[in-house]
Design a protein around this ligand. Sequence first.
Ligand code: BES
Ligand code: ZN
Ligand code: ZN
Length: 489
Amino acid sequence: MLRLKNVDFNKDKVKTFVIPVCEDKDIHDNRLVSSIKKEISGIKEFKGRKGDEVTLYNISGKKIEKVIFIGIGKVETIDAESLRAFAGSVVKKCIQKGFGEVMISVPSAGKIKIELQLMLKSLMEGGYLGNHIFDKYKKDKKNKPLKRIDFFVKADIAKKFNRLSSHVKKICDSTIIAREWVNTPSNDKKPVDFTKSIAALGKKAGLNITVLDEKQLKMKKFGSLLAVAAGSINKPRMVIMEYSPKKPRKTVVLVGKGVTFDSGGINLKTSEGLNNMKMDMAGAAAVASTLIAVSNIKPDIKVVGVLPIVENMPSGSAIRPGDVIKSFEGKTIEIGNTDAEGRLILIDAMAYAIKKYKPNVLIDVATLTGACVVALGEKIAGVFSFDNKIADSIVKSGERTFERCWQMPMPKDYKEFLKSEIADIKNIGNSRYGGAITAAMFLSEFTGDTKWAHIDIAGPAFINKGTAYCGAGGSGFGVRLLCDYLENI
Ligand code: BES
Ligand code: ZN
Ligand code: ZN
């Protein structure tokens, strides 16, 4: 449970109360908090520096079991992300100690440079996301998530921002769903399993769900998607999720890459390359989770999620390098490399979505290229679009949510690299360099004049080392980003 709450420390029982303290400024103007804070004024070791910590028990006259003071450094260093990280690390600490619940004191409005709403939002996001534990596959579930995460604020603020906490909860619950899907091993999320899970949660959320099975995919001529699926005994699916409000201002289609395992196919990956390839459906996870969030947030735009879901495996029935296939859109494609499979499933989903929904904006999200990770590192996604306005809005959403995005160039002459001698286009570039861009150029050949942006999340979709508010594994990257984008267009 996530709440903004006011309590009377003289009357109400509080088990664990956490007070963030700055080293160069008093950030609490609450009388009660100040009176508790006085208790540590004599402790010289505690200066409020980052990492400083003191716990006091049984504060005189107050019904608080223990108070933990935590240093957060200089006031000017505090921003939305440091607040997320602070709340996340507090929650993690409390989980480790088995506290069960926590109340965190919120700095008073005006004491730090961030506006109140963003401060509350960031603290709640960090705390709530930091409370997620993925232990489904562990016998010994030794760490238990906290049952209650409360943020201590004045009564009027608790009342005024009551809706904010439920809003944050909706978006973070969806982020957690995306994380869990990505963390699930590929033997438990074959395309059919993953589809069932999406359909079940989507229906529960009130979305209109359509699933196309292999027969329907063949009938509708999704040749490019089917070519990727051909090597696996696990049959492909396409899931369509629709959120349709009464009078939508516009229609946005989101397409997410759903490769439940990417072995590379006949162009088999190296041992190292195979690592974590269960995460190659993180784009689909982000889009499906965003739709679930959208069904709860209820914006006045129509949002459709289109998810091509396949497994990329080598076998006697797999496509080979040199094969020519025919896409849904009609262009023929020469397979230069079977490991460039993401773009092949995306273009069929995108061409279908354009034909069926004629969206005002189309965005695809995909763990598309290792080259994008080389370019931007593991924490920043690449944004590719001919439309700078859309790219800009996505980058701005990235700044607000700290799901960071960087706009990459789309040089039209790079299309030359995709020329094929025998087909209309080839699925890899003939240059060793600029692989993230040639992948985006390939996608752009199938978007017609629809306004479109591509987000390559190969880097940030999965983290090897946990952070303050995300465990190691799937990060849920894209959910908060897309929700913010949809809320601001
Ligand atoms: N799923 C990979 C991209 C990827 C790499 C995601 C690392 C996450 C981490 C994609 O399907 C792929 O294999 N891309 C190739 C493209 C190449 C064959 C043109 C790549 O990046 O090497
Ligand atoms: Zn691949
Ligand atoms: Zn892939």
